[in-house]
Design a protein around this ligand. Sequence first.
Ligand code: DSN
Length: 424
Amino acid sequence: MSFDFSQLAKADPAVYEAILGEIRRQAHDMEFIASENYTSKAVMEAMGSPLTNKYAEGLPKFRYYGGCDFVDQVEIIARDRAKQLFGSIGANVQPHSGAQANAAVFLAALKPGDTILGLDLSHGGHLTHGSPVNSSGLTYKAFHYGLDPATGRIDMNQVRELALAHRPKMIITGASAYPRAWDWAGFRSIADEIGAVMLADIAHVAGLVAAGLHDNPVPFCEYVSTTTHKTLRGPRGGLVLGNKDVMKGLNSAVFPGTQGGPLMHVIAAKAVAFGEALDPSFRAYAAQVIDNAQALAARLVARGFSLVSGGTDNHLMLIDLSDRELSGKDASEALGKVAITVNKNTVPGEKRSPFVTSGVRIGTPAMTTRGMNAEDAAMIGDLVADVLSAPNDEATLSRVAGQVAAWCEAHPVPEVHIDWSARR
Ligand code: DSN
C-alpha cells in the first residue's frame, strides 16, 4: 500500500520513521490478532482528512457550533448506512471506541449500584462488562456467567440461575474471545423473565453479523454496541445501535454524558467502511474469514492441540495450553520470533496469571483481507503447530520464518478494492 508522507518526512522525521517501521512490520508479519484488520486506503484517506479540524458537538442539524453543514452530511451518511447494515431503528456513530459505546449504554440504562450480568473475562468476556478493574465493575454490581467446562460453550442454565438469583437490571452478551455463535433469543427470554434490558456487544463479530453470517442481535436487544475496526474492517472507533424507545437517552449518554466533540474525520471513515460492508463483496470476504478460521482450527486439532469448545463458528479460536508446560506468553513469544503475531489469552479455569495465561487467541480477519484462503490457513495451522511443538528449536524457527516471509512477500497488504462505480 502506498502513502504520501512527503510533508511528515520533512516536518517530523522521528515520527515518520516510527510510522514507516510500523508499515514495514504490518507488511512483513502475519497478523493473527483477532481484533485487528487492514482498512482500505479509502477509509484511511477519510481518516486523514481536514475533518479532524472541525468541532461538531451535538447531532446533525442540532449542533452547538456553526459551520457544520458538511460534517452533518458525513454523519447522516454514516448513521444511515449503519442502520441499513444492521437493520436497526437507531444508530449513534460518535462513540470514540467500543469501551466508550458501552459506557454510554450503561449511563443510559443504569444507575450507579445497579446489578449487571455478563460473560466472565477469563471465559472470553470483556473488561467493560463488569471487570473490577474497569469503571463498569466499580460503578455497578457485576456478576458473571461462564462456559460449561465440558463443552466450552456458554452454559445457558447457569445464565438463567444467575439471572434469577441476582435479578440484574442489564444482561450483557458478547465477548472478546468466544469462538461460538450466540443464542440471542435464549438470552432475551431470560431477560424478559426478570424484566432486564439486554446489551449485545458485537465488537468482534460485527462484520459477520453485517454480512448475514452470524445471527443479528438487533431484534432481541434494547442496545447493541460494537467497534468498527475488527471484522467490520473500518477505522478504529465505536458505534451504538438502539431501538426506538432508547435512542433519545442513548444519544444524550454519548454526548454530553460520556464524550465531548465527535471525531468527524473518524466518522467519515466509518461512513466509508459501512459503505464497503454494504457492498456484496464484503459478504464473500466475511464467509472466507469463517472458512479460514475453521480450516486453521481443524489443522491445529489434527496436530493434537486443544481448542476451547473444540473449534469455531466465527473468526477466532483459542488454543488451550492448560495441560502443557508451554504458557500462552511463551507461545505468543515463540510465534513472534517467526513473525506470526497473536495474543496470549486467558482460558476458562485459568490457573496462570493474566500476564502469562494458558491460551493463545488466533483470528483470521486481517489475513483474509490479505488474500489468505482455506488452503493457506491449513498450511499456516501447520506452521503454528510446528513452532508450538518445538518453540526453542532454532532450525524449526528458521524454516518457519522463511515460509512466513515468502507468503507475506507473495501477498502484499492490499488496497481493498471496492467497485465504487457500481454503486454510484
Ligand atoms: N482489546 C480488544 C480485543 O483484542 O479483543 C477488545 O477490546
